[in-house]
Design a protein around this ligand. Structure first.
Ligand SMILES: C[S@@+](CC[C@H](N)C(=O)[O-])C[C@H]1O[C@@H](n2cnc3c(N)ncnc32)[C@H](O)[C@@H]1O
Length: 204
């Protein structure tokens, strides 16, 4: 029997504890974008191709996917892309400085349905508090899903957050070229995709 691959040990990660400075991530130059829960990583690579001058930080809770995506990133020599394994909610809580993030992508989040798994959800008010702190005034939050009830929930959650203004909850296409694996599959299967774009309000 071959040894099992220890993705937990191989996965790229931020420092274990303490504050995390995002200023230097991806070489330090260019607007910083986040891709939360990138899964198999198509959205990261597609976005890197469309916006090569931007820095892109992807955070994925599954160590196996983070490891595989990091290997591909290295093969492609994408120095402005950073891949971390871990829970985006706890990692980003430790990050700063305030206002460093230009845009956040959350493509097809929350694959859990059971009531007892609600606390695992990424798009909750506390996560929006973190994003509100990290996002520059005028910065954007883009969320898409193929589940209508989730779209309504996300729309309500973002609209109710004082730091975000919903620009559209009915975008009929992804304007960022950051096509994700799930998005591609939903398109191939002819499923409707619900997209929301919000903007960080100016700080008082
Ligand atoms: C339904 S999949 C979508 C994957 C990809 N974004 C796409 O659109 O194809 C949701 C992804 O979010 C990841 N995820 C869920 N909770 C997370 C968290 N707290 N932090 C980081 N990633 C998370 C899951 O592991 C999974 O890869």
């Amino acid at each position: 029997m071959p040894e099992p691959i220890r993705y937990e040990l191989l996965a790229p990660r931020p420092p274990d504890e303490g504050p995390i400075d995002l200023s230097a991530v991806g070489g330090g130059a260019g607007p910083l974008e986040l891709d939360i829960g990138f899964g198999r990583g198509m959205s990261l690579f597609a976005r890197a191709e469309c916006a090569p001058h931007n820095r892109l930080l992807g955070i994925e809770i599954k160590a196996k996917w983070a490891t595989k995506v990091e290997r591909r990133r290295q093969r492609l020599g994408l120095d402005k892309v950073t891949v971390w394994a871990g829970d985006a909610r706890t990692i980003l809580r430790r990050c700063g400085p305030e206002g460093i993030v230009a845009r956040t992508f959350v493509h097809f989040p929350d694959p859990w349905w059971k009531k007892r798994h609600q606390k695992r959800r990424v798009l909750q008010p506390s996560f929006l508090d973190t994003l509100a702190r990290l996002t520059a005034a005028g910065g954007e939050l883009f969320v898409q899903t193929d589940v209508p009830e989730r779209h309504e929930l996300y729309h309500r959650t973002v609209a109710n957050h004082p730091a975000f203004e919903v620009l559209s909850a009915e975008l009929d296409h992804n304007p960022f070229g950051a096509v994700s694996n799930r998005e591609r599959r939903a398109e191939e299967d002819g499923l409707p995709i619900y997209r929301l774009l919000a903007r960080r309000r100016p700080r008082p």
